[in-house]
Ligand binder design. Structure first.
Ligand code: DLL
Length: 433
């Protein structure tokens, strides 16, 4: 279903014209209101944007990076006075200072429209009861989905994350029809639901509106089977305001980008050169309508591709493929490039193991090695050396043939690897310790 039909099905010609007009406006706005952009736009000659005649002229504008956010922490990239800001969010950030995002009233309104769009595209209607199991707080996920769902008219339960028993109780007792969570937490909840002793018929769940970390198709299928739901994938980031940047429609053949608010590009990570449709590279995004903290050509570090072909759902906005990973998540082991999602895809198709794993990278005598810890689903296997050994070899062979990399496989007892209520952290890199 469509939330804003006129916009979501706009012709390419009208969309291009709208983007061009908004691009000129946001460049001018950044030039006049943010010191960093004023300086950079002067240096590259684009200045107040009057030189922008066509969308491809965006290439004259320099990229903005995570370091720019860090160097201008917390409010250096803000384009309005603090009195016009009504909300502040920030990324959790594992290292250093968090990335901050600020919102005017208008920004909050646009944001909830964008989230309402992806939620409706994922199947949510005003009749749904939605449990939001993202952690409430500075993280954009929970409040972002919260306001988007309310805008549709759905009933929102702000459950937050944690306390799994209670989560399951609310799912059953309140007749929840839609779950909002990270894919890892959805897996965790589905395991807990199985063990809780209540039959799945006690749950009314139909939909999973998931996001905030990669969800491979194999993982999605597993969640769908375990919880008896249909899952849609949703993408976004703090620097761009949060969720609502792109999301699956019923066709689930790429996530529709909110192109009236965000202008996406794909570039070659190494050379910075712009790539074409369907070419894989790093996603770069310009916000077209944000007032509090507009961003020009932000390098997201997410690896994906864009598809502009018409979609069977009728939406015209381009579609972004599921991310292969982040440029900074890519492991280079013995010269081989590996993304954790590739490993997950291999593991999830092997019997007797659970979709829980940890990647441990270490270095000895200048040589890197990768150990993959994987959980068994059946503890009895631990007592049968032959079966265990066969399984270990089978996994190692699959890794070797698909990734081209020799790995050490360690099988561990069920329920021994850490579970995640937010985004999963599966990589332990011991190389620089
Ligand atoms: O994760 C915003 C969000 C919340 C999106 C809820 C969707 C739903 P950050 O915490 O700033 O923001 O993390 C952004 O997470 O650059 C991607 O690497 C990753 N990411 C987010 N959504 C997806 C997704 C939120 N659907 C970073 N698939 C991004 C793959 C995702 N990766």
């Amino acid at each position: 279903m469509l939330f804003q039909k006129d916009i979501e099905t706009m012709s390419r010609k009208d969309l291009d014209a709208l983007q061009l007009e908004r691009l000129k406006r946001v460049v001018n706005y950044c030039y006049n209101n943010v010191e960093l952009y004023h300086k950079r736009l002067d240096e590259c000659g684009v200045k107040d944007g009057s030189r922008i005649k066509q969308l491809s002229d965006i290439e004259y504008i320099p990229y903005t990076t995570k370091d720019d956010f860090r160097d201008n922490y917390p409010f250096g990239l803000m384009a309005v006075d603090m009195k016009d800001i009504v909300r502040i969010h920030a990324s959790s950030g594992t290292t250093g200072k968090p990335t901050v995002g600020v919102y005017t009233k208008e920004d909050l309104n646009t944001w909830s429209d964008c989230v309402a769009r992806v939620a409706m595209a994922g199947g949510v209607t005003a009749d749904d009861i939605i449990q939001i199991s993202f952690g409430y707080g500075l993280f954009t996920g929970a409040l972002g989905l919260h306001y988007g769902m309310e805008k549709i008219g759905a009933t929102v339960i702000p459950a937050s994350s944690g306390n799994t028993e209670k989560q399951l109780m609310m799912l059953r007792d309140y007749g929840v029809t839609g779950l909002v969570a990270t894919p890892s937490y959805a897996v965790y909840l589905s395991e807990a639901a199985k063990e809780s002793g209540y039959p799945m018929s006690d749950y009314k769940l139909k939909l999973g509106i998931l996001g905030s970390e990669p969800c491979t198709i194999a993982m999605r299928t597993q969640i769908e089977q375990n919880l008896n739901i249909r899952v849609s994938d949703n993408y976004g980031m703090t620097e761009l305001g949060g969720p609502g940047v792109s999301g699956d429609c019923e066709a689930r053949d790429g996530m529709h980008f909110a192109e009236d608010h965000f202008l996406p590009e794909i570039i070659d990570t190494d050379t910075g050169k712009r790539l074409g449709e369907n070419e894989v590279g790093e996603l770069v995004v310009t916000t077209l309508t944000r007032k509090g903290m507009p961003v020009l050509r932000y390098r997201t570090k997410d690896i994906t591709k864009l598809n502009y072909a018409p979609c069977s759902c009728g939406r015209t906005h381009c579609r972004m493929a599921k991310t292969m990973g982040r440029t900074d998540d890519m492991l280079i082991i013995k010269g081989v490039n590996v993304f954790p999602t590739q490993i997950e895809n291999i593991l999830i198709n092997i019997e007797d193991i659970a979709p829980h794993y940890q990647l441990i990278i270490s270095r000895k005598d200048y040589k890197d090695s990768l150990e993959i810890k994987v959980e068994l689903t059946n503890a009895n296997l631990l007592e049968n050396y032959k079966l265990l050994n066969d399984l270990q070899n089978k996994i190692a062979e699959k890794m070797k043939s698909i990734l081209g990399l020799r790995t050490k496989i360690t099988l561990v007892a069920p329920k021994t690897l850490e579970r995640f209520q937010g985004k999963a952290k599966r990589i332990v890199d011991l190389r620089n310790q």
